[in-house]
Design a protein around this ligand. Structure first.
Ligand code: ATP
Ligand code: MG
Length: 429
């Protein structure tokens, strides 16, 4: 195929054979969030570039080198959203729905765009489900977010394969004091740092902590620890969070090097990581960002949230073979009709059944075909039962009812009794 007719590198089609698993995953998350009282918000995919620069921070990987930025026909600089928090904060401010201390518990789902090096679990268009809570500043809500994800891993059957890493970055004051101490220490070891870390030391020194370079890691062993710089308020908040996780029985590991890529975090930060996906091991990440709304021009409003990567979680379900058998079957009943008269009868019969059983997944054969070919299609559809309308059935005003999976003889069912019969043998979702 010529190059112009290919998808952009790192941007994937999700093919029909993959969508059942996506929908199962998304449906499971949506139901869970509904049950915990979160409401969905939908934001545009494109925003003014300035929004991301101001919120994410100029010296982050995202803003420095990963954004899809372009000029539109008005000459405005626009950017395909690389993450959801900035747009969500913009939306709540613009519509005043967090004003006066109003609590908002919101979630969103959709594509995000980052110009990264594509590889397994890392794409240029990827999908997140994200969640943001405004105007609740206690550790109880931080705990709820984590408890909710814990329940999700349980429902998906992947709980044993993920691990919770936890850290506190403190308030911006204590983070500032820590940053100074860290810069002083690292500057004294400047020559032993890798090039990237030397650069980050000047721009975003906390990010040196999550370096992958072994020499720099060795230098970090004796570096000042964030935990020693936490103010009383952050410390109490962190203890409150840990006490709640302990009470519910959620295991975690403290990772003092967990700083997250974005500038705006404070106090709680966390990541759910797995060793089942190779290098792209973080499936869900988030934290508290109490200063962000004000930084973006709003009244002081606390916030906490997380985002999970759908591709990575779907990949995990596949890798761990946690795919419920029933999700790939999309047809309950397949109707075969032979001859023009039977086709017409089949069509009207199908509509009557659909009136009575709106959740039944009933597929009517299209494109006619011989007895053999229609049965082949019925079988391939995954349906549990075939309905048959041939000359004999037409004469008697019945429909042949044939189990396609396992035992059971073909029966004849009167047209009027068909819906009632189907209701007894097909479990409807
Ligand atoms: P990473 O360290 O893997 O680059 P990140 O810290 O940049 O992740 P966040 O901005 O916190 O990621 O996004 C939350 C989640 O979204 C990640 O934990 C991951 O599951 C997913 N994610 C982020 N970037 C990508 C990507 N390029 N492709 C696929 N999933 C991604
Ligand atoms: Mg990243």
């Amino acid at each position: 195929m010529s190059k112009s007719l290919q998808a952009i590198r790192g941007m994937n089609d999700i093919l029909p054979e993959q969508t059942p698993l996506w929908r199962y995953f998304e449906g499971t998350v949506a139901r869970l969030l509904d049950n915990y009282g979160y409401k969905q918000i939908r934001m545009p995919i494109v925003e003014f570039t300035e929004l991301f620069k101001r919120s994410i921070g100029e010296v982050t990987d995202i803003v420095e080198k990963e954004m899809y930025t372009f000029e539109d026909r008005n000459g405005d600089s626009l950017t395909l959203r690389p993450e959801g928090t900035a747009a969500c904060v913009r939306a709540v401010l613009e519509h005043g729905i967090t004003g006066g201390g109003q609590v908002q518990k919101l979630w969103y789902i959709g594509p995000m765009f980052r110009h990264e090096r594509p590889q397994k679990g890392r794409y240029r268009q990827f999908h997140q489900i994200g969640l943001e809570v405004f105007n609740l500043d206690g550790p109880d809500i931080d705990a709820e977010l984590i408890i909710m994800t814990w329940r999700l891993w349980g429902e998906l059957g992947i709980r044993d394969a993920v691990k919770l890493e936890l850290n506190s970055l403190g308030t911006s004051e204590s983070r500032g004091r820590y940053r100074e101490a860290l810069v002083e220490y690292l500057s004294a070891h400047h020559d032993k740092l890798d090039e990237d870390s030397q650069r980050r030391l000047k721009t975003n020194p906390l990010r040196v902590l999550d370096t992958k370079n072994a020499d720099t890691q060795a230098v970090l062993v004796d570096a000042p620890k964030m935990a020693d710089y936490l103010d009383d308020e952050s410390r109490a908040h962190f203890e409150g969070l840990k006490a709640r996780l302990d009470a519910v029985g959620i295991p975690y590991v403290l990772n003092p090097k967990l700083v997250r890529g974005l500038d705006y975090y404070s106090k709680t930060v966390f990541e759910w990581v797995t060793d089942k996906l190779g290098a792209q091991g973080t499936v869900c990440a988030g934290g508290r960002y109490d200063g962000l709304v004000e930084q973006m021009g709003g009244k002081p409003t606390t916030g906490v949230g997380f985002a999970m990567g759908i591709e990575r979680l779907v990949l995990m379900l596949e890798t761990l073979e946690q795919i419920p058998a029933e999700i790939s079957r999309q047809v309950d009943v397949y109707l075969c009709a032979f001859g023009e008269e039977a086709e017409l009868a089949g069509l009207t019969l199908a509509e009557r059944v659909r009136d009575q059983l709106p959740n039944l997944r009933l597929q009517v054969n299209a494109g006619a075909g011989s007895f053999k070919s229609q049965f082949k299609k019925a079988d391939k559809s995954g349906a549990l039962y075939a309905l048959i309308l041939g000359d004999d059935e037409m004469a008697q005003q019945v429909v042949g009812f044939k189990p396609l999976r396992g035992q059971g003889e073909q029966q004849s069912i009167a047209w009027d009794a068909l819906a009632a019969h189907l209701a007894t043998c097909v479990v409807q979702g």
